[in-house]
Design a protein around this ligand. Structure first.
Ligand code: 13P
Ligand code: SF4
Length: 367
């Protein structure tokens, strides 16, 4: 059964929402152009409405790189605020309103495990000659630095295809981390057969792979995934199509291969929004991405006669994106008004420099 988003509502903050919103706006006015608030599409509405710029990971990293504001407050998750710190000037300050807002997928890869994989791969191949490391932007800064050191690059869900084209133009293979699904879905669309994409199980010696499997593979996919997007299942799409044969299905590429294969469209959060916006009035959509965004789309397009359904029958929100609430945003902003910087995200200089190399390569390829 597919749930209609109009009946699913996340629990909202019990504090006085109106007063909180007014104080956030007052702090924004007091800080003026010294402040920019960046808001990812998965943020809850009460936070999202205060963003100066909203977008997917690529758009927000470009906004962070271009901003002249002294304070970049990132309503998103930890790796996003790290990217803002890396791409901004030294005298700019990147702030994450709730320091516990991480990304469970990003946590599935760490430097020790990736370096071990690189060492183990060197028993079979010459990694620095044969493999381009590509990290999804949903990863810690030291993994972006690893890519910078080894001739690799960062990608997001909206530029993964371009980035992989570039990666393969340099070396014959790609080690892609941490999201196996984005890697597989993109690789397959580029024409790489499934049997040439192997999964690196980071808990096993040699990734659980034989030397022959590694030599045959074009893509080595880290065994990571998004706990939100893994909830979407092929049967949700089958059930929906049985009820609404003319409807369209759109999914985020962090969803499984089977879900993406059954979808009419696959793309980043920004792509999902634009595709639904461009669709004719009266279109019915099943959307496989995070609930706060799907709820927003349902409301935004209701008057156009578009009907937007959430793919899973259970509520699956990104709990870490949800950690940023109006109170935490208010606390950091009122601190800034009083001259106090709280929740600053700083990437150590050595990591920042190498990560910047990999991020700038991505930005140059994304124009
Ligand atoms: P987008 O770059 O598509 O917004 O994706 C970010 C993300 O974390 C999706 O889970
Ligand atoms: Fe990370 Fe998934 Fe949340 Fe995106 S939706 S921030 S990948 S846990």
């Amino acid at each position: 059964m597919v749930a209609n988003v109009s009946v699913i509502r996340p629990v909202t903050t019990p504090l006085n929402e109106v007063e909180c919103a007014e104080r956030i706006e007052a702090a924004r006015r007091a800080l003026g152009d010294r402040l920019i608030i960046l808001g990812h599409h998965y943020q809850r509405e009460e936070v999202f409405r205060h963003a100066d710029v909203s977008g997917d990971s690529l758009k927000l990293s470009q906004a962070a790189a271009q901003s002249k504001a002294e304070y970049i407050v990132f309503c998103g998750v930890h790796f996003m605020a790290e990217v803002a710190d890396i791409l901004s000037r030294d005298d700019q300050v990147s702030i994450l309103p709730d320091l516990a807002a991480g990304c469970s997928m990003a946590d599935m890869a760490n430097l020790a495990k990736v370096e071990r994989a690189w060492r183990e791969l060197s028993e079979v191949l010459s990694p620095d000659e044969q493999i381009t490391p590509v990290t999804y932007i949903n990863s810690a800064a030291d993994l972006k630095a690893f890519c910078g050191r080894h001739g690799g690059v960062v990608c997001t869900s909206s530029n993964a295809r371009k980035i992989l084209d570039w990666a393969f133009s340099r070396r014959e293979k790609v080690l892609f981390f941490p999201d196996q699904h984005l890697g597989r879905n993109t690789g397959y669309r580029m024409g790489i057969p499934l049997e040439e994409m192997v999964v690196w199980d980071f808990d096993q010696p040699m990734g659980g792979l034989t030397p022959e499997a590694i030599k045959r593979a074009k893509m080595i996919l880290w065994k990571g995934f998004c706990s939100v997007h893994q909830m979407f299942q092929p049967e949700h799409i089958h059930d929906f199509r049985a009820r609404y044969p003319d409807a369209k299905v759109i999914s985020h590429p962090e969803s499984s291969f089977e879900v993406c294969q059954l979808s009419d469209e696959v793309g980043s959060t920004e792509y999902i929004i634009q595709t639904i916006a461009k669709s004719p009035a009266g279109t019915r959509w099943l959307v496989g991405t995070e609930l706060n965004l799907v709820n927003r789309l349902a409301e935004r397009f209701r008057d156009d006669g578009k009907s937007i359904h959430f793919m899973s029958p259970t509520i699956c929100m990104c709990s870490t994106m949800f950690r940023t609430d109006p109170e935490s945003l208010l606390n950091v902003l009122e601190g800034l008004v009083e001259g106090r910087v709280t929740n600053r995200i700083t990437v150590p200089a050595a990591d920042a420099e190498q990560a910047r190399t990999a991020l700038n390569a991505m930005l140059a390829l994304s124009i």
